[in-house]
Every structure is written in C-alpha cells, then in structure tokens.
Design a protein around this ligand. Sequence first.
Ligand SMILES: *Cc1c(COP(=O)(O)O)cnc(C)c1O
Length: 393
Amino acid sequence: MSCEKITTNEHIMPTYNRFPVRIVKGEGHYLYGDDDTKYLDYTSGIATCNVGHRPKSVQEKVTEQIETLWHCSNLFHIPTQEKLADQLTQLTCFDQVFFSNSGAEANEAAIKLARRYHQKVKQTDREEIVTFSQSFHGRTLATLSATGQEKIQDGFLPLMPGFSYLPYNDSEALNQLIERQPAAVMLELVQGEGGVIPVEKAWLEKLIKLCDEHDILIIVDEIQTGVGRTGTLYFYQQFDFEPDILTSAKGLASGLPIGATLAKSEVAEAFSAGTHGSTFGGNPIVTSGALATLDLITKELDLSQIRDQMALFKQKLEHLAQRKNEILTVRGAGYLLGLETTKKAIDIVHAVRENDHILILVAGPQVVRILPPLTTTEEEMDRVIAALDRHLN
Ligand SMILES: *Cc1c(COP(=O)(O)O)cnc(C)c1O
C-alpha cells in the first residue's frame, strides 16, 4: 500500500481533471483509496461497473479463462466470442455483432457500416450521418466529428467530413432529414455526457417514421444507457421500435474493455471479409467477462424488481428536489440520473466525496450525474439522499 502513496501524475498527459483520490481496490459497491478511505461508488465507473466491482461470478469466469487462453487472432474462430454474439442477438432484435475494444470503436464501426451499406448494398451516393446537438459519441476523429459539442472538437480541426447536427428533441428540425437524405442518424436515447437529457417519446416516434419512409438507418448509441442501466438490457427495448444498428461498450464486461456493434442482417452483410477488423476485438478474456455479465444481468438479477428500485430512488430524489431551491429538475432514466442545480455541480460532487465518502459525477457545469450500481440497496440510496440534503439548500 505505502508505495502507492508516493506515485505522482507528473508523467500522465493532463487530459483529465482528476479527483484527489488514488483508488487501489474495488469490491461490490465500494472503492478504496490508498489511505484506506472507503467510498460508496455511485459513479459505477461511468456506467461501466453496472453490477458493482469485481462481481464474483464474472471474476470466476474471467479467472478460468485466464488459465486457459488469453488471446488468439480473429483469423480463428473464438468460442467465447461466438457464444457472446449468440446471446446478444437472442436478447435483442439484432442478427450479427462486430466486437472491438471501446465505445468509440463501436461507433466507428457503426459509422463505417452505415456508409458501406449505402455505398455497396443499396448502391446510393448517401454518405452523411446526422447526429444531434449535445450528443457524445467518442474521442476518435470520426466520433468527435459525430459529437455535437464544440468543446470536444476544439483544437482538433479539421473534422471528418460527412457529419451534420440537428437540435435534439426538436420536431420541427427533423423535417430537414427529408431534404438531406442522409445515410443514417445516430443518437443517444439519454444524452449522458451532454447533461443527462432523455429523448422525448413523440420526437423519437417522428424520427423513426421519417427514417422508415426515407430509407435512413437508425444507429442508437447505447454505450452509456445499455446493459441494464435503464432497467432493461437496452433502453430501446422500452420504446416500440427496432434500430438498424446499436452500439454497446461501457457496462458490457463489468469493466473489461469491450465494444460491440450490433446490426440487422441486411445491414451487417455490408461488412464482407476484409472490410473491417480489430486485433483485440472479441478477445477470449473480455468476451468471457461479457458472457458472465450478461448471465448475471439477464438471469440472476430480477430486472423488474430493479425497475421498482429505480423508481423508488427517483422518487426520493424528487422529494428532495421539492425541498431544495438549488435543485431545478431531476431527470434521466433508470439509474442514469441528473440533478440540474443552480449551484456549481462540481462543488456538490466534491462536498459529498470529502464529507460523506460518496462518489458521484457531473454532466456539464450545472448537472450532478448519479449512476448507482444496479444492485444498490435502499439503505445506500438513503445515505446518498442524506448527503445531498446536507450540501444543498
Ligand atoms: C462513453 C461513451 C462513448 C465513448 O466510449 P469510450 O469507451 O470512452 O470510447 C460513446 N458514446 C457514449 C454515449 C458514451 O457514453
């Protein structure tokens, strides 16, 4: 333990504003600092450790895999990868999966697939991907170009061509899809990084109808909303539609790096042999972790009971908001929740960490973002509510 304390971040590129805490251990709903402080983790690694840290059944499967096979190239069949693709397609409306290592890569594959589908299968000249203001799709050049936030693009010009942005949840603006005839639209059903902004149902219905009528593919980015976070395996399953492409990452392997791009067979066909690839994508270790995670979430946990717990926590936050002038709104879905505040969100986050040893996040300057593990208890919820109560007026 003691040598951890003398590490510095001098040789780490300063891309993050890090909290002054060095995390050395994770177990269940708790993280431990190098000074032995025990934190209740209501960040879940930004929607990644959805079933807590090192869930036992996942750890067992991954350990077993580590003792058998770590890596082999995608030039060979990989049983854990095939099994995971079988599971994912059985649990969703999709037919085929491409595996990568991160959310950005899952979105890169989705963008490439949508372009190639139009260029090769449909033989149209469509290449544009329409995304939405305040969206977040990743940090690679293509995905930051897809992201509708200037601060993410600042200093990295020129952007990749072929992206344009429409205002989110704005029905009037959707009519532009008719003139533009893009290859695809790409959207989050709750904008996570952009401020925890849920999609409006009527707007989504109009979007779906227009895309249907005009042969525009729908890509849903469920990298933050996926893998149980909103009370169903994916959030689209709470709406009456089937996207053409879905991207998943963060929570899929309980913290092991994985990305997945799921598609309907007609679209997936466009990725013929040699068109796309990844050295590590679908690696035996991460896919065994994902298989165990899916088992845990879809078989061991009772998602309908978890949806009740989610509603209970939201209600507790709403009651708190009624008593607090500094909370303007409570929004989000499931356990992806945002409190819009009049005071600086980061000050609240620091206060509950320092005083109450509870970890929460921000999503923009005036939104506190709360991401409990799916298995959190009412007692833990009440601890968080009490802490927020103390630091808000
Ligand atoms: C985190 C996130 C990404 C990027 O994922 P990385 O694994 O960091 O590349 C993309 N889209 C959404 C909605 C995200 O929340």
